[in-house]
Design a protein around this ligand. Structure first.
Ligand code: ATP
Ligand code: MG
Length: 257
């Protein structure tokens, strides 16, 4: 049974100033099984964040349904951890305090918070930086703190919205390897938003390729490549070529362009 099910979801936004409506998502149906790593890939403005936010419970579809674990999503929940494009850390808290932030909200003791935080600090490779402040870390290290914070709640689903968008190529590749390792170790299910074809092929077990606005799923691709993925291999390039062809404007769009 699928863990996340999106059925015929559409999302319209009212544009009050112009008296019109923006159709951000159009009749999207998608299901994600436990332990899958799904990448949502598409051009800017195609509705990737909108779709992710509906799974997270920050937003609701205008039509259709979104369920996680068989329950309709009505609000954010601890079963879904979110990692944003910017890590949104508290600058006045240390690394471990940031990682354990949600436990503070639940009234956990300092000893318990410290112990749990250390486990996830280690998992994301930040041992030795527990007592640093976010301003003392690099962008990639801050992003790892955000990932550790999301993992600590042991969520069933990790939702990531272009988390490595601001990183240089080398750091991004290191983070990819790290994330794949974490995904395997924690046996979680990941939905990862990106506009990078290579990034989606480096990470995903599946890639949902979306078309430009209004966002639709053009194709759900199962990525059958061994890990670690070799971005120079002929098969990697076959996938890339296919995805590029899907991302080209549809014939109907070309006529109206
Ligand atoms: N709160 C909102 N109010 C009005 N329009 C919105 C709102 N959120 C998104 N939209 C519109 O919905 C469309 C999809 O936006 P969304 O942020 O989901 O795209 P995206 O694929 O994540 O793009 P990007 O890659 O640039 O982050 C856009 O046209 C955007 O203008
Ligand atoms: Mg977005």
């Amino acid at each position: 049974m699928s863990l996340i099910t999106i059925q015929n979801a559409s999302r319209f936004f009212d544009d009050a100033r112009r008296g019109t409506q923006v159709k951000a998502l159009d009749d999207v149906s998608l299901s994600v099984n436990r332990n899958e790593f799904l990448c949502l890939l598409g051009p800017s403005g195609c509705g990737k964040s909108t779709l992710l936010n509906m799974i997270a419970g920050f937003d609701k579809p205008s039509r259709g349904t979104v369920t996680v674990g068989g329950r309709p999503v009505t609000a954010p929940g601890v079963d879904r951890g979110v990692v944003f494009q910017q890590p949104t850390l508290m600058p006045w808290l240390t690394v471990w305090e940031n990682v354990a932030f949600h436990l503070t909200m639940r009234g956990a003791s300092k000893a318990e918070r410290r112990k749990k935080a250390q486990h996830y600090v280690d998992m994301v490779g930040l041992r030795g930086f527990e007592n640093h402040f976010p301003s003392e870390l690099s962008g990639g290290m801050n992003q790892r703190v955000g990932i550790a914070r999301a993992l600590l709640m042991n969520p069933e689903v990790i939702l990531m919205d272009e988390p490595f968008g601001a990183l240089d190529e080398q750091t991004k590749m290191d983070m990819h390897a790290e994330l794949v390792r974490i995904w395997r170790e924690s046996q979680s299910t990941i939905v990862f938003v990106t506009h990078g074809i290579e990034e989606s092929l480096a990470l995903g077990t599946h890639i949902a390729v979306m078309s430009a606005r209004p966002g639709r799923i053009r194709e759900l691709i199962e990525v059958d490549l061994p890990r670690p993925r070799d971005s120079t291999s002929p098969r990697f390039n076959d996938y890339k070529r296919h995805i590029l062809s899907l991302l080209r404007p549809e014939p109907a769009d070309a006529v109206h362009a």
